[in-house]
Design a protein around this ligand. Structure first.
Ligand code: ADP
Ligand code: MG
Length: 207
């Protein structure tokens, strides 16, 4: 029996990393074996590419170069970490995946959603999550959460202005509306435990 591949998506500060841990714990409490991973990164090669992507000046890469680096990292991550875990029957909970590339580089970065999907076809055979949980929250509230988190300052993406982050939120919303079977919108407001409850509910048909 193959496992399930679950991704968490959404803008900066909505609680993806917090919920990736909490969701993995909630699934383990139900007897599911879970591998937690994240993008960019999740395998040794992809973690090396992560440094290139998140460090340095905001304009270090063109949107196109950035999209290629993300696709290369994802290819390695899928081949070396995600597929092997699923083949062993484990569930994989991943903090960001393809939809982030489509939103950031594809829609807001102007590379185009279809071009990002083509890169994913080349890199990872078009491999998609069984379910994507889109955490949604009003921009200012999410920015407030990141301000209390980022004591050492934001990364290349977090450093951009609020209009940029609003466009990202809208891009994710469009993606969810295009594919409501795979992508479920989840309200990210409230306590972490409340949000985790909503995420588990959005996986009920897979459990
Ligand atoms: N439900 C919540 N209520 C209050 N603060 C939260 C909640 N979820 C996460 N946080 C805090 O908000 C900040 C951003 O959360 P994080 O999980 O890092 O978001 P993301 O990974 O989506 O950028 C962190 O400091 C985290 O501890
Ligand atoms: Mg995070």
């Amino acid at each position: 029996m193959t496992g399930r591949f679950i991704t968490l998506e959404g803008g900066e500060g909505v609680g993806k990393s917090t919920q990736a841990k909490a969701l993995a714990a909630a699934l383990r409490a139900r007897g599911v074996e879970v591998v937690e991973t994240r993008e960019p990164g999740g395998s040794p090669g992809a973690e090396a590419i992560r440094q290139l992507l998140l460090q340095g000046a905001v304009d270090r890469w063109s949107a196109e170069a950035e999209a290629l680096l993300f696709a290369a990292a994802r290819s390695d991550h899928v081949a070396r970490t995600i597929r092997p875990a699923l083949d062993l029957g484990k569930w994989v909970v991943c903090d960001r995946f393809l939809d982030s590339s489509i939103a950031y580089q594809g829609i807001v970065g102007h590379v185009g959603a279809d071009a990002i999907r083509q890169l994913h076809e080349i890199g990872s055979g078009g491999f998609l999550p069984d379910r994507t949980l889109l955490l949604q929250m009003e921009g200012r509230a999410a920015a407030e959460r990141t301000r209390t988190r980022d004591t050492e300052g934001p990364d290349r993406f977090g450093a951009r202005d609020s209009a940029y982050h609003d466009r990202i939120g809208f891009a994710f919303e469009v993606l969810a509306d295009e594919d409501p079977t795979r992508i479920r919108k989840v309200d990210a407001a409230g306590t972490a435990a409340e949000v985790t409850g909503r995420l588990v509910a959005a996986l009920a048909d897979l459990l």
